[in-house]
Design a protein around this ligand. Structure first.
Ligand code: IMP
Length: 389
């Protein structure tokens, strides 16, 4: 399957977890390159539901190596909670997990600042996951963040943490929040740091050596294209590069080693202001999507006709790409093209030819408009509910 970057072509929640899980079967290594535990990938396997926040989905299959790259922000407490939770479900976690020593840490003051900033914004709030993602990436950009390598050196960590707690307590108090205790944070983080020590290393070198040995890597994107800090509907975005380029910067694997980009899109969208096809067409451009995986096709089984948003109208002008200004996007009126529905269940289809003709035409139309080759269609939540083209 070569080295594959998988990204969400919309606003996150495209059902990537399921597609990642299917692609993982053919990969040797699965890597997360950005985001943190704001992500939540749901995988349903043999009736059991797994929600992964920081650990790549490859962890559910034996023989796969999972890597958390340098571009990820890691909340060590959340990560250890996830490791313990998965182990309780019988998932083996040991030498199959590697964490970059350059990954930045999410600390309790990041979570509190995230919460306070949202609170103070009132109706203008972003609607963050309150996991401290924005403030953690903020510290990274300001060059004042603490990294996994710091956590591996207790004296260094405590010294840096003390200064950060002092600074952030002043900010928290000014915002009307309670200060945090350096001693408590220091103790709990150092204890968790020791548990994480066996997993920490130079993941860039590991990935390059693996490439030299011909291993195939899946770069598992979190969130979606329009949540990208540079290309999304700013400020209603997350704080990392969720688009294909983020896979390179967040892992240290250069662009020329990437073989293909798979974009995941939901067959329909539920968010106001989202234009499925306008957005996906734009996402294809930014990410260089070669192949498209369409999820939730079964969600359209009872809809007839289907209104497909093919453009926007703003102040009397027709737009074929989404405006970069969030307020303008909110004022856009969708331009719909009506497509025939199929009024039949697609759940049991395992081959393209088993889909009703109208459903075949619908997905062909999406592929035509976006200019990407169709490679996968998901018709249900289980691994097997997938048509591979
Ligand atoms: P943050 O990443 O917690 O700062 O949240 C910023 C924005 O990204 C909010 O609109 C979140 O709802 C959204 N977001 C963050 N992670 C995900 C995700 O995994 N799926 C969908 N939306 C997300």
């Amino acid at each position: 399957m070569a080295n594959t970057i998988l990204i969400g072509a919309q606003w996150g929640d495209e059902g990537k977890g399921k597609i990642i899980d299917v692609l993982t079967a053919r990969a040797d290594i699965v890597v997360r390159s950005q985001g943190g535990n704001n992500a939540g990938h749901t995988v349903i396997h043999r009736g059991a539901k797994y929600i992964l926040h920081l650990i790549p989905s490859g962890i559910l299959r034996s023989g796969k190596i999972c890597v958390i790259g340098n571009g990820v922000v890691v909340d060590p407490l959340a990560l250890i909670g996830e490791i313990d939770g998965l182990r309780k479900l019988g998932v083996k976690i040991g030498r199959n997990l590697l964490i970059s020593n350059c990954a930045h840490l999410v600390l309790p003051y990041h979570r509190l600042l995230d919460e306070q900033r949202e609170l103070h914004k009132g109706r203008a709030r972003i609607g963050t996951t309150k996991r401290g993602i924005g403030p953690a990436y903020g510290d990274k950009a300001a060059r004042t963040g603490l990294r996994m390598s710091d956590l591996m050196q207790p004296i260094v960590f405590s010294k840096k943490l003390q200064a950060k707690v002092l600074e952030n307590n002043r900010i928290l108090q000014a915002l009307g929040a309670k200060p945090i205790s350096f001693r408590e944070v220091n103790e709990s983080y150092l204890a968790v740091g020791e548990k994480l020590r066996p997993f920490i290393g130079n993941t860039v070198v590991y990935l390059h050596r693996a490439l030299e040995r011909g291993k195939e890597i899946l770069f598992e994107g979190a969130q979606g294209t329009f949540l990208d800090i540079d290309h999304g509907t700013y400020p209603y975005v997350t704080s990392s590069n969720t688009t294909a380029g983020g896979a390179c910067t967040g892992t240290g694997v250069p662009p020329h080693r990437m073989d293909r980009v798979v974009g995941v899109m939901k067959a329909y969208t539920t968010r106001v202001g989202e234009g499925a096809l306008v957005a996906t067409h734009y996402a294809t451009m930014i990410n260089g999507i070669d192949e498209l995986a369409i999820t939730n096709l079964d969600g359209l089984d009872d809809i007839d006709p289907i209104d497909v948003c093919v453009a926007y109208r703003l102040n009397g002008k027709r737009l074929n790409v989404p405006p970069s200004d969030a307020a303008q996007l909110a004022n856009c009126k969708p331009v719909y093209k009506q497509v025939r529905g199929w009024n039949k269940s697609t759940r049991s289809a395992r081959k393209f030819s088993q889909l009703p003709l109208a459903a075949q035409n619908y997905v062909k139309y999406i592929s035509e408009i976006t200019g990407a080759k169709l490679s996968m269609i998901s018709v249900g939540p289980e691994r097997g509910d997938t048509i591979i083209l």
